[in-house]
Design a protein around this ligand. Structure first.
Ligand code: FAD
Length: 403
């Protein structure tokens, strides 16, 4: 019997496991052995990065500081710049690859014993009872070993939820899917995919992140070593076509879409295309809590998904650590967590959806009213340091920064 079992060894599950173990709470982390697939650059806000650094030393060679964020529209007026110095910070955050972050968070987890046990495998189902929850999980060799806990935290990235199963989940793990089907999740399909890859530019400056809104969707160019990490959101068909183009066509198309501020693009890395959805599920169930992407998946336009998930993990660990004798699977505990997280989750998901939709309809590329209005809003923001500070604080700290 452990107090808390965690399903999922992504960054959110790993951070939660380490935070709980540090507070003397017995934890079992059930994590698959699979490596993180593909290139996924993550812009971590300064507080999120500091949280990870407080748990493990992060190799500076794997992270690139964001000192300035430049936001503008293609073919329409208006721009704003935010920088860390305005907030007394050396940087607004850091860009790090998801695989690098996860590997560093996972390293040395054995040293967290005896509080933290690690099981390699997949959670396949669970059965809650009055005082505990029995969790079924399966090792890569196919052996099945139940674990009993007070609370099961799903930090599985939402893969076990309807419509989001990966191939492994589809291979007959009915227990977890049946439970997930009972969860009323709300989902928004943006009819967009994101192309993600590394790319070089002629005039890129270190530490500057660019967010440019185009008629097709936003283009984010994050500083990543001596290159950029590109996250380019487009309608599905266009994304598939552009992602498959040869390198020369790809960089030319990117240059046309982005504009000339960074000069010519070159040396694109391997492209990946990923369908964009926003999804929100109820956090709590019977002796079950969902956190991170298992609770909500966000459009990448504002780079907030993991930042929000890390705040889920931090709040849960603080609540469990505040009263270690309390039953973390009790409905009182679960309701309190839901209440505390409700505002930040709602506001962050809502504002991210709004941003993605506001810059999609009306066409930032047109010179019509919507584009002009949006440009005006960006200019007002640029001229108004308190408004800029408000926005930057909310991006870094979440809804805690309101007012
Ligand atoms: C293109 C793109 C760009 C993004 N950019 C940013 C950004 O700049 N900033 C930001 O904050 N966020 C960003 N995000 C969001 C970010 O990637 C996610 O929020 C984050 O990876 C979620 O972490 P997680 O640990 O909750 O889930 P995941 O990273 O999905 O990890 C879940 C883990 O659970 C495991 N698992 C699944 N099912 C089971 C099971 N049954 N049993 C055991 N284990 C299981 C999986 O193998 C995986 O290891 C971006 C997302 C996309 C798509």
């Amino acid at each position: 019997m452990v107090q808390i079992a965690i399903a999922g060894g992504g960054p959110v599950g790993l951070v939660l496991a380490r935070l709980l173990a540090r507070r003397g709470i017995t934890v079992c982390l059930i994590a698959r052995a699979e490596p993180v697939g593909g290139f996924r650059p993550i812009a971590l806000s300064q507080p999120s990065f500091a949280l990870c650094e407080s748990l493990v030393p992060i190799d500076p060679a794997t992270a690139t500081a964001i000192e300035t964020v430049h936001v503008s529209q293609r073919h329409a007026p208006g721009r704003t710049r935010m920088n860390g110095a305005e907030h007394g910070l050396a940087s607004l955050g850091q860009v790090i690859e998801l695989a690098d972050l996860s590997a560093q968070l996972a390293a040395g987890i054995e040293a967290c014993a005896p509080e933290l046990q690690r099981c390699t495998g997949s959670v396949t189902g669970w059965q809650a009872s009055h005082a505990s929850i029995r969790i079924e999980w399966e090792s890569p060799e196919g052996s099945q070993n139940p674990i009993t806990a007070r609370l099961l935290v799903l930090a599985d990235g939402g893969r076990s939820s309807p419509g989001q199963q990966d191939e492994a989940d589809n291979a007959g793990r009915s227990g977890i899917r049946a439970a997930a089907r009972r969860t009323a999740a709300s989902e928004r399909d943006f009819a967009q995919s994101a192309i993600v890859c590394a790319v070089r530019s002629e005039h890129g400056q270190p530490g500057v992140a660019w967010e440019r809104f185009t008629a097709d969707g936003p283009i984010a160019l994050l500083p990543h070593g001596d290159r950029h990490a590109l996250v380019w959101t487009l309608p599905h068909e266009k994304a598939a076509r552009i992602a498959q183009a040869d390198d020369a066509t790809f960089v030319e198309t990117l240059g046309d879409a982005f504009g000339s501020d960074l000069g010519r693009f070159s040396e694109p890395g391997m492209r990946q295309s990923q369908v964009i959805r926003s999804r929100r599920a109820p956090a709590g169930g019977e002796r079950v809590l969902r956190i991170g992407n298992a609770a909500q998946t966000l459009h990448p336009v504002a780079g907030q998904g993991l930042n929000l998930g890390l705040r889920d993990a931090l709040v849960l660990a603080l609540q469990a650590g505040a009263d270690r004798a309390a039953d973390p699977g009790s409905s009182t505990f679960i309701r309190r967590y839901e209440r505390v997280r409700h505002f930040d989750r709602g506001v962050t998901v809502g504002l991210t959806d709004m941003l993605a939709l506001a810059f999609r309809f009306g066409g930032a590329g047109s010179n019509g009213l919507p584009g002009t209005l949006r440009g005006l809003a960006l200019d007002v923001l640029d001229q108004c340091p308190p408004a800029r500070r408000f926005l930057a604080r909310r991006m870094m700290l979440g809804a805690r920064a309101i007012p």
